[in-house]
Design a protein around this ligand. Structure first.
Ligand code: G3P
Length: 218
């Protein structure tokens, strides 16, 4: 399973990269706004900086909602760097745009996916990634991980190439569950990635190893 970090914060991307396990970055308009990035030129420049930090895929989301405008914006985003993946919302125009991008060699991430039916449409249109939003489904008191399992089963049966990117992850536990459920990629906040490192028995075990070593070696 690939690990993406879900942020537009450059320091966090650098920190995640330093762990040696980072495969890519996802962003969205809310995450860009959180960093105070505004204006088309600044947004493009920020994506360029992210692409200079990571070799892996960087999802950059279109703001346009109408087909022709999506195409124009997506093409411009794809020209920033070879590792840009154009993120497109799951709408009728979005699916049409994904088909266009697929036919023109531009990779895509179909975002805001909340059902298996939407995931089938994304795969049919040729999306590189499909992004089911796990946390937001859980917020509605439904089961986000069940959706990952369902999509994984359908994609295996139908032999779709689209990769399942588990998004809206809010905890380390959900990362493990996404891996169990058949996600190809998980995108998550830095804290959720960092949470995977720690276990009290590791700390206790390491302290004992070092204490025993010191007893003999001084
Ligand atoms: O990748 C999509 C993700 O950023 C949404 O996360 O926590 O806003 O539901 P959240």
């Amino acid at each position: 399973m690939k690990f993406f970090i879900d942020t537009a914060n450059l320091d966090q991307i650098l920190e995640a990269k330093s762990f040696g396990i980072l495969d890519g970055v996802t962003t969205n308009p809310s995450l860009m706004a959180k960093e105070g990035i505004k204006g088309a030129d600044n947004i493009m420049a920020h994506y360029r900086k992210i692409c200079e930090i990571v070799d892996g895929d960087v999802s950059a989301e279109v703001i346009a909602t109408e087909y022709k405008a999506m195409i124009k914006e997506g093409v411009a985003l794809s020209e920033i760097a070879p590792n840009i993946v154009v993120k497109v919302p799951m709408t009728v125009d979005g699916v049409k745009a994904i088909r266009y991008f697929t036919e023109n060699g531009i990779r895509t991430n179909c975002t805001l996916v909340f059902s298996a039916g939407q995931a089938i449409l994304a795969a049919k249109a040729g999306a590189t990634y499909v992004s089911p939003f796990i946390g937001r489904i859980d917020d509605m008191n439904w089961d986000g991980m069940m959706l990952i399992q369902q999509i994984a089963e359908i994609y295996a049966i139908q032999q779709y190439d689209t990769e399942i990117l588990a998004a809206s992850i809010r905890s380390s536990k959900q990362i493990v569950e996404a891996a169990e459920s058949g996600a190809d990629v998980v995108t998550c906040p830095l804290d959720s990635i960092k949470g995977l490192f720690y276990h009290p028995l590791t700390d206790i075990g390491l302290a004992k190893f070092l204490a025993d070593h010191k007893k003999v070696n001084g």
